[in-house]
Design a protein around this ligand. Sequence first.
Ligand code: IMP
Length: 426
Amino acid sequence: MPAYAIIGGQWGDEGKGKIVDFLTADAQAVVRFSGGNNAGHTVMNDEGEFKFHLVPSGIVWPHPICIIGNGVVVDPVGLLAEIDGLQRHKIDVSRLVISDRAHVIMPYHIALDGLEEKARGKDALGTTGRGIGPAYMDKVARWGIRMGELKDVVGLRARLEALVAQKNAHIKLYDGEPFDASELYERCLAWSEQLGDYIQPTEALIEDMLARGDAILLEGAQGALLDLDHGTYPYVTSSSATVGGAITGSGVHPRHLKGIMGVFKAYTTRVGAGPMPSELDDEVGNTIRERAWEYGTTTGRPRRCGWFDAVAARYSASVNGFTSAVLTRLDVLDGLGPVKVCVAYKLDGEIITRFPSSASVLERCEPVLEEFEGWDNPTAGLQNMKDLPRQAKTYVRRLEDLIGCPISIISTGPKREETVLVHPVL
Ligand code: IMP
């Protein structure tokens, strides 16, 4: 009956893809529960390097069922390209299931994402431009089209007429190009043809697996600090990236959850606009970026780099109830010299240890840093805790204290085997 949620503990890009891939060895299904193709999950194995945006990272294994859950917004064009890439690598995609309740990202959502960002001017959020916000807006406003409707197109044409008129009125406000309902209907028919077999109700499938005792991984996208409610609003994404989203976005109820794993990089990164108190706007930040190739998997944008932010991490652990933490990219800090951790913020002359809810207050916070001795002996590729250099062990133990839960896995490189399993989690 167990389900395990794998949640980004920071601002996304924590390396969840590699961790999901590692854990899939002992799981029978992987469910993506939120976001869309704004995400970029990288998996590296003997067959090569795979970058997933929508398809659950477990797909590279031969055994698991991989579900795109109801909480996801699906760009059919992006998904078809991803399926095509997998088929070219001879990966069996017949195990892919798309919830009929997931919403479609339509071309007008992508257009509106760009137009709204432009209209915000200097206050632009730095979105990925994939239509995520406008698609979730339509879901909440009950204007959305669900994947199930692509299979049952009766009535869709008439609905599209009304929808497209409404969208075009919105687009006109920004002087954008209008869309043609008939042309969009034709595209929907093509998507129906190409994706129809993957689209199914997922409730009974999930219920049966849990009843059999199968282990299901709930694969998060983005991170807790980008969560619509709990993140650094308005510099957030439009979905629930925290554990609540794992429940609503998959249909797995909370009593099935046996573990909630928070994935944290050994430092911090952020893409797009918004406050980031531990950001390093200097040579150390540049070194981390280049050494770790911190450029967006989806947009190629350079990621902002900084020290591990323990105030944010503790907050993230508290809103998610992490049963354990996973520390990734420890090897990036090898030979970097002294390593620092942001343990508190200085706000208007006072020391605070709670993560503020207001982005403008967070913007005024300065990091209070604790310094650690660096390590020259590499952690890269290590598989046993006992082999970690003494200083790296001290660093890991201190992060464990600060986050407030045990660290169960440490990733020491991009490959599956470059992993320290501190204690079993499934
Ligand atoms: P959106 O999700 O495209 O609307 O973008 C909203 C914010 O979330 C922007 O700052 C993006 O850079 C950020 N974001 C969205 N997806 C990811 C991700 O997978 N990793 C890191 N940042 C992301």
